[in-house]
Design a protein around this ligand. Structure first.
Ligand code: NAP
Length: 207
């Protein structure tokens, strides 16, 4: 089992935190508003702890569950406190009409996190293609991307502890396309599917 720190106190922090605890992991919550972190820790229960924003997280895996424009600034603010950690970026940088990416270049928030992170931190993109509602009650595939194989393996093991299937899509450059897949899920929710009760997954015909 893994030790997890979650930076953020919103919906995804609550949902991933709840599943993490159910999967036997230890969880720490950190929020820029300490009272929200305390409230979330109480809601999650178990042995959930809180940490102070900007200080070294207790967990080996640090899930950054912030709105996309807060992610890189938070990584910069934490700085060396993240040395040696596995950093998981789950963000979707949607444009204002939710039909494209907010960044114009072929990059991703995860790649920008890797540029900002201290040496020795491993960065993985994960969870961004899964709607919170599905994560609460379903067993979606969780696509992961990263250049650091041990970091990706740790995140894969964590995803499995949640009862979900991790699917490696390749290096961190693939985070750009995972962010594009996030746009695709919103397009499907708004058009062909018409609701949030689905997830993108892989069906292997040979299995
Ligand atoms: N919801 C989903 O279905 C879903 C699915 C996949 C991925 N995601 C991604 O997961 C991330 C979190 O989504 P969410 O649904 O949990 O959002 P949320 O409920 O709105 O929570 C957002 C969190 O980000 C914090 N935050 C916002 N701007 C910040 C900033 N500039 N600096 C520091 N903290 C900041 C908020 O803190 P305060 O409370 O203090 O404002 C809050 O803790 C997003 O990047 C989203 O794209 C969401």
């Amino acid at each position: 089992m893994s030790s997890i720190s979650i930076i953020g106190t919103g919906n995804m922090a609550r949902t991933i935190g709840a599943r993490a605890i159910a999967g036997g992991n230890t969880v720490e919550v950190m929020g820029r508003d300490q009272s929200k972190a305390t409230d979330l820790a109480k809601t999650l229960g178990g042995d959930t702890t809180t940490g102070e924003w900007g200080t070294a997280p207790a967990g080996d895996i640090v899930i950054v569950a912030l709105l996309y424009d807060g992610v890189v600034p938070a990584i910069v603010q934490y700085g060396d406190a993240l040395a040696g950690k596995v950093i998981v970026d789950i963000s979707n940088p949607f444009n204002s009409t939710f039909d494209g990416l907010a960044h114009r270049e072929e990059t991703s928030i995860a790649q920008e996190v890797a540029r900002a992170a201290p040496a020795g931190a491993g960065v993985v993109k994960a969870f961004n293609t899964v709607f919170r509602q599905v994560l609460e009650k379903g067993r979606p595939d969780v696509f992961i991307a990263g250049d650091d194989a041990p970091a990706k393996a740790q995140v894969g093991a964590f995803v499995e502890s949640l009862g979900l299937r991790p699917l490696d899509v390749g290096g961190l450059n693939m985070a750009h396309w995972l962010e594009g897949a996030g746009v695709l899920t919103v397009g499907l929710a708004n058009h062909g599917v018409g609701n949030l009760d689905f997830s993108l997954g892989v069906s292997e015909l040979s299995v």
